[in-house]
Design a protein. Structure first.
Length: 278
């Protein structure tokens, strides 16, 4: 699936899960207003997580949010080389006895520094992923954050080097991530529970969407075990039809959910009333 299909399917699955009496207590509790706010946070997390597994693809929608456009990356890479070469020339010539004006020599550190900065901009996605991973690992080691922080930190550090549809797209990774987020959410604030629940649903919805395509998903422990249904091509008519149908289902369920939430401060009975309508 492409980005539109993944988001549409994720939101539809997340909306269906929201009215379930099993998920609802973790997402919506308290007053009607708080229930709606937490549900909105939950749905936003579902949509984000439905794209997040594609961070292992260098040009996916998720990755493009972390980097410059392709043309700008190429321009930054070329500019970085030019600035580094110029800086090295100005730095090395005086070392071999070739006299240069003092102002020209003083420019060498500036050119070298801006060259490194230009290179960094061309690899902005990798740097942000590594910085995020390092931050989570540091928080785990120094501030006793839960183990899911270390797990996510290692995953972010691996993102720039692993192949697309590799480790990140395996059920084993999703199981570990789900267990970590679900364990972490217990006892936390309502908005933390909503975001964690949404992240779990969205991640699994992404894997479910990938099952329909030609590449499918595979097991990490058993790499030869692969499931690919070959039902449609990415971005084709069938996928667009499924995406539109998913949005229609989501909008209908949300309208019913909001009405039920606003008429009852107890969300679970309201959810059951919605289920009875189907």
């Amino acid at each position: 699936m492409n980005k539109k299909g993944h988001v549409a399917l994720g939101v539809a699955i997340g909306s269906a899960a929201l009215v379930s009496p099993y998920l609802n207590p973790y997402v919506s509790s308290g007053s009607s207003w708080q229930a709606i706010c937490s549900s909105v946070l939950y749905l936003a997390a579902v949509a984000a997580a439905s794209l997040a597994p594609d961070l292992d693809h260098k040009t996916s929608t998720a990755s493009n949010l972390l980097q410059l456009s392709s043309s700008k990356r190429k321009g930054a890479w070329m500019l970085g080389w030019l600035l580094l070469i110029a800086g090295l020339i100005l730095f090395l010539l005086p070392q071999v006895g070739y006299a240069l004006p003092e102002k020209a020599t003083a420019c060498a550190p500036f050119l070298l520094g801006t060259g490194i900065l230009a290179f960094s901009l061309s690899k902005l996605r990798s740097l942000l992923l590594l910085a995020g991973g390092a931050g989570l690992l540091t928080a785990y080691m120094l501030y006793d954050w839960p183990w899911i922080a270390a797990f996510a930190g290692v995953a972010l550090c691996l993102m720039p080097v692993i192949q697309h549809r590799g480790l990140i797209h395996t059920p084993e990774f999703a199981i570990a991530l789900s267990a970590g987020l679900w364990t972490f959410a217990q006892g936390e604030a309502w908005w933390v529970q909503a975001i964690c629940a949404g992240a779990v649903i969205g991640w699994w919805a992404h894997l479910a969407g990938d099952l329909f395509g030609r590449e499918g998903i595979h097991s990490f422990l058993l790499p030869k075990v692969k499931v690919a249904l070959h039902l449609f091509d990415n971005g084709g008519l069938v996928e667009r039809t499924i995406a539109r149908s998913c949005w229609l289902v989501s909008i209908t369920m949300w309208l019913l959910y909001i009405v039920a939430t606003c008429t009852s401060t107890q969300i679970v009975p309201g959810a059951r009333a919605i289920l009875e309508l189907y």
